[in-house]
Design a protein around this ligand. Structure first.
Ligand SMILES: [Zn+2]
Length: 362
């Protein structure tokens, strides 16, 4: 008899953005079961997903992903390495318009769901949703291009329900610099936060908005570590020691997250899990790779500091996970790897609740 599955709260999905983008995904609704993409409400129910951070992300127009050779610090080509050109800064009006559209999608979805989905703004609301079986959505903006230097838009987004913010996606913003998708490469790829970035972190602290360190480069990470008075959180990153993409956290960064009482949401993207960084999905990556990263971070900083951050609908994930309905298989893989039920519960949702309690003002 299989044991009862453990509920999962997720650190990052791109589902809202993906559905708004159209293409084949325009034909699906979050409320109806589909075979497209990774996540919708019926499949979430099947897989035991009880809620998560839902990202609003603005793509760069006319961006072409150009893959080239990677040069090492000595200026020589790194054998087997690759470099991917990042898009330039995004214009604020483009980001604002898109962000408002995706936010309106979310609020309409909440209304249409007839009580099945709730955008949560406090830990009390989150706990009530989990107790009642209402799917709990945390509004997250990935890359703060829609926010002005004076942070006026931040106040408005907060009032609308924003509770988590990434100062950058990987391209630069007026607040800081993100990491490129080069491989293999250290996350120390450029300058730290700008003065506006410092103000952004302080204001997020005052409001009680979680600051997401995934995508931020290493100097920016240490700036946040110094300025912020809340636990350090990377919602969807894995361990750099196991897969040397700058999107993952080095041992020193993991230590800082642990020391601050924060969490790392282990990312399911195969390119961030695999030792060879192959993110194409053309080679098989077992879902046990997710467990391997979780184990590494647990051994390094303790089980209190590990969570899950799927990157559903934003990345290629292990085939044997397939989509959110496969989460019970991931839970089983944690059991097979020797994790105790109590530890799996922490990783699956309890650590997220603790960190939000320490971060949000209500
Ligand atoms: Zn991301």
């Amino acid at each position: 008899m299989p044991e009862k599955t453990i509920p999962v709260f997720d650190g990052h999905s791109d589902t809202l953005t993906k559905i708004r983008h159209g293409g084949p995904d325009a034909q699906r609704s979050f409320l109806e079961r589909s075979e497209l993409g990774h996540l919708d409400l019926p499949r979430a129910r099947e897989g035991g997903l009880v809620g998560g951070f839902f990202a609003v992300f603005t793509s760069s127009p006319k961006y072409e992903r150009v893959v080239g050779e990677l040069l090492g610090p000595d200026g020589r080509v790194v054998p087997g390495g690759r470099s991917i050109q990042l898009p330039a800064k995004l214009q604020r009006r483009i980001a604002t318009s898109w962000t408002l559209s995706v936010m309106s999608d979310l609020f309409r979805l909440e209304t249409e769901s007839d009580g099945e989905i709730e955008v949560v703004r406090s830990v009390a609301e989150l706990r009530r949703c989990l107790a009642e079986g209402t799917f709990a959505v945390i509004l997250h903006i990935e890359g703060a291009e829609s926010i002005d230097r004076n942070l006026e838009a931040l106040d408005v987004f907060y009032e609308a329900g924003l509770r988590s913010l990434g100062p950058v996606w990987s391209r630069p913003t007026i607040f800081g610099h993100g990491v490129p998708f080069d491989f293999p490469r250290s996350p120390d790829t450029g300058p730290g936060l700008t003065p506006a970035g410092h103000r952004l972190v302080k204001r997020c602290n005052e409001l009680g908005v979680l600051i997401d360190l995934s995508h931020l480069n290493e100097k920016g990470f240490w700036d946040v570590a110094r300025i912020s008075d809340t636990p350090l959180v990377a919602t969807h990153s894995s361990a750099w020691a196991l897969s040397q993409t700058p999107r993952n956290l080095t041992d020193e960064q993991l230590d800082a997250v642990g020391d601050s009482g924060g969490v790392v949401g282990i990312n399911y993207a195969v390119g961030f899990l695999r030792a060879d960084g192959n993110g194409t999905g053309q080679v098989v990556t077992p879902l046990t790779e997710i467990v391997r990263h979780a184990r590494y971070v647990v051994d390094r900083v303790g089980v209190d500091h590990v969570a899950l951050g799927s990157d559903f609908d934003g990345a290629t994930i292990p085939d044997d996970l397939r989509d959110v309905s496969g989460l019970p298989r991931l839970i089983e893989a944690f059991r097979d790897a020797g994790f105790e039920e109590k530890e799996i519960e922490q990783i699956a949702y309890k650590n997220w609740i603790r960190v939000l309690e320490q971060t949000w003002r209500a």
